[in-house]
Write a protein that binds this ligand. Structure first.
Ligand code: T1G
Length: 701
């Protein structure tokens, strides 16, 4: 007999067993209604004399993904999650939890408060709070170290990593695995408690003494990370209290949790979490995606190989076309090598690798793409080459095939016009290495059909990529913004900051690498080609810095040639290249510049203001749907520090008014480069924030 206590939590009594079902799709997030339902269910079953054991389980795809992230920053609603966990722990009757699917954060903490835990094969547990700028705040830092070894508890809590079912069993998080479904597993486990074959544990009765040396070592290690975020360090501090009586330890955990709840890191990391999901809200979301059961990739270079690998890893058979016979064999070897690498990293089983390799074909004949559902070209970045190729594809490919270009800046409208089916042409701009980088810019041309866009987003989801919708302009979203803020770095270099100072300043700000180190890594010849391409249309009033051109003219293209801005040894360590420093000095002399000092603060302010300025224009021009889409591009394609949430989230922290003041001050040196975007001035004048635009445009219209 099922008795509804709440829509999202229901109870059922099977003999002596009280079943509690959490049913709050899509991920059983533990919002207020669920917490109230759980508290009521425990109260009801605790009072029922027929019930001798309580079993919790989740409906749908997971036990629970944890606290409801949408409640963060809002006034708390009782009962709070720690209180619900404490009620489970304190229940006089044995309480069991059956975990399946992604059981994270507060979801796992609910289970840790129970007196026994059963896992289904698909269970993947974790305490990812630190990835949100928090720490497990519902008892996780106190109960996990009581159930498993301290070293494992520190690792799981301070990294937020996922723990598969088998490992969770071997560590002691789970007491048993079950092959049954969640409800049946709950009944069987409850029966096992009743017949004494499943022991129960009350974490409050387990005494541990966290090893101070291990705590100190973990704290020191986390402090050396760049950026050294507070959450993992405070999480380890919370663990150190697990040696105290549970009640006291829980209080200490709560205090540390609340400190983090108010931190800017928490806001930025949750904004980054939301950005990955918000970008899926596009105007074309309702259009029916076309099936993609086979794909062709044209071009056996780095991008073609990466794209082919990414498609194969998504389970999509691929035919790679490369006209050059030597290259086609090399391309095949590289793709297979990438699959072998995935096996080595444990991301692919050897059997899957063999199966995928069996679905991968190579050819020199374009005609073999006639039957495929999707073609992605990754050939030389030349508009004549691409339009010629799309004219051929128009003649070869079946009706309804999706014709995609991987161009990083060329006009997709021009490419589409080379076919009689512009509605089937779209831009899929992958980022190198394409089988690693998560960002995919989906470039929508004027005549691209809505179902093409929907298909591209569906494909991105299958490839576990973050697709961001972009309009057509030079550089789309990311490279357009990059081209702008890179100039700010070059201007500071010419005016007196060294490239090492600029890199250091941005690395201290939170980037993994500064702009000059990134340029060396990507290859200086790429930027050189772009500057040469743009030279004919460069406005005469634009200030031009030729330092990078001089370095390239010397044949130094960065890491791949052993030197660029820096010298690189075999270990990849970098020291400033004296020849590059000499070029900088010479170019300053040529420009008649008297070098001046730049503080770290000024370097970051100029660099970020330039990035924010162009990001604002990208939103204003309608190239990106919302500010949060631009944040997603910089976060998932350009290494923007996650804890800052992206350039326009960061802009809201600086404030539009101060940003306008900065640009106006810089414009006195260079009125061409530094111009206040209209949208930014509007926000400054009406006290608006970029996030207001996100909320206004969540459905992508
Ligand atoms: N709260 C609210 N909504 C959530 C959510 C959550 N915790 N997790 C997911 N969603 C929404 C998500 O926004 C999306 O909504 C839909 O569910 C499907 O998610 C006290 C404080 C579980 C691995 O960090 O990692 O507990 O966009 O698209 O790819 O110590 O969601 O469809 O409207 O991501 O299958 C800790 C976060 C919270 C887990 C599923 N928990 N979620 O991935 O689907 S803090 C987490 C995830 C906490 C306690 C602390 C993933 C997933 P919409 P999805 P998915």
């Amino acid at each position: 007999m099922a008795e509804q206590t709440q829509d999202v939590v229901s109870i059922e009594i099977e003999g002596k067993i009280g079943l509690v079902r959490i049913g709050n799709p899509p991920v059983n997030a533990l919002g207020a209604a669920v917490r109230q339902g759980l508290a009521q269910a425990l109260e009801t079953l605790g009072r029922d004399p027929q019930v001798q054991v309580v079993a919790l389980y989740g409906a749908g795809r997971a036990f629970s993904a944890g606290a409801d992230i949408r409640e963060f920053g809002k006034p708390p609603v009782d009962p709070r999650l720690p209180d619900v966990c404490d009620r489970i722990e304190a229940c006089e009757k044995p309480v069991i939890a059956v975990v399946h699917g992604t059981t994270f954060g507060g979801g796992l903490e609910l289970a840790l408060a129970a007196h026994a835990r059963i896992g289904l094969a698909d269970a993947r547990m974790g305490l990812p709070e630190v990835t949100l700028g928090l720490l497990p705040g519902a008892g996780g830092t106190q109960r996990l170290p009581r159930l498993i070894a301290l070293e494992a508890a520190i690792d799981i809590i301070s990294t937020g990593r996922q723990v598969p079912a088998e490992e969770a069993l071997s560590l002691g998080i789970l007491d048993r695995l079950s092959q049954a479904g969640p409800r049946q597993a709950a009944i069987e486990a409850a029966q096992a408690v009743l017949d004494g074959s499943l022991p129960t544990r009350h974490t409050g009765e387990i005494v541990v003494t966290p090893d101070p040396a291990m705590i100190a070592a973990a704290t020191a290690r986390l402090g050396k990370k760049r950026p050294a975020l507070a959450a993992p360090i405070k999480a380890v501090e919370a663990i150190s209290h697990a040696g105290r009586p549970l009640r006291e330890g829980l209080k200490a955990e709560r205090a540390l949790f609340m400190e983090l709840m108010d931190s800017p890191d928490r806001q930025g990391l949750i904004h980054s979490f939301n950005a990955e999901r918000a970008v899926k809200r596009i105007p074309e979301a309702g259009a029916p995606p076309r099936p993609v059961a086979s794909a062709g990739v044209i071009g056996g270079g780095a991008m073609g190989v990466g794209i082919a690998t990414a498609l194969l890893q998504a389970g999509i058979p691929v035919t790679l076309v490369e006209t050059n016979v030597e290259v086609v064999d090399q391309a095949r070897a590289k793709v297979i090598g990438n699959l072998d690498g995935a096996v080595k990293r444990g991301r692919l089983t050897a059997a899957d690798r063999d199966w995928l390799a069996g679905t991968f074909g190579t050819t020199t004949r374009l005609e073999e793409l006639a039957p495929v559902d999707l073609v992605i070209e990754a050939v030389f970045e030349d508009i004549a080459v691409k339009t010629g190729l799309f004219g051929q594809l128009d003649r070869i490919c079946k009706a309804g095939a999706i014709l995609a270009t991987n161009t990083s800046y060329l006009d997709v409208n021009t490419i589409a016009a080379a076919t009689a089916r512009p509605q089937d042409v779209i831009g899929l701009h992958f980022f190198s290495p394409a089988h690693v980088m998560r960002l995919l810019e989906v470039v929508v041309a004027d005549k691209t059909a809505p179902e093409m866009v929907a298909t591209a987003f569906d494909l991105a989801s299958r490839m576990k990529k973050v697709a961001v919708r972009s309009g057509v302009c030079d550089g789309f979203i990311g490279n357009r913004i990059l081209a702008h803020y890179r100039k700010a770095a070059d201007y500071m270099l010419l005016d007196g900051a060294s490239f090492a100072e600029i890199d250091h300043a941005l690395e201290e700000f939170g980037f993994a690498m500064g702009p000059f180190a990134v340029a060396d890594l990507a290859g200086l010849d790429i930027g050189w080609a772009t500057r040469k391409r743009k030279a004919p249309t460069r406005p005469p009033e634009e200030r031009y810095v030729a330092i990078a051109d001089r370095i390239c003219e010397a044949g130094w293209f960065g890491r791949k040639s052993g030197r660029g801005y820096y010298l690189y040894d075999d270990a990849g360590t970098r020291v400033p290249n004296p020849d590059a420093l000499a070029i900088v000095a010479a170019e300053r002399a040529t420009a008649g510049v008297k070098a001046r000092a730049f503080t770290q603060e000024e370097i970051v302010a100029r660099y970020m203001t330039a990035m924010i300025s162009e990001a604002t224009s990208v939103v204003e021009d309608g190239i990106a749907l919302r500010p949060i889409d631009v944040d997603a591009v910089l976060l998932f394609g350009y290494g923007f520090p996650r804890h800052l949430g992206g350039p326009l989230n960061h802009a809201d922290r600086i404030g539009a008014r101060l940003l306008v003041e900065r640009i106006e001050a810089y414009a006195r040196e260079d009125g061409h480069y530094w111009q206040v975007p209209r949208l930014l001035r509007q926000l400054a004048e009406n006290g608006g924030r970029f996030d207001d635009l996100n909320k206004a445009n969540l459905d992508g219209r």
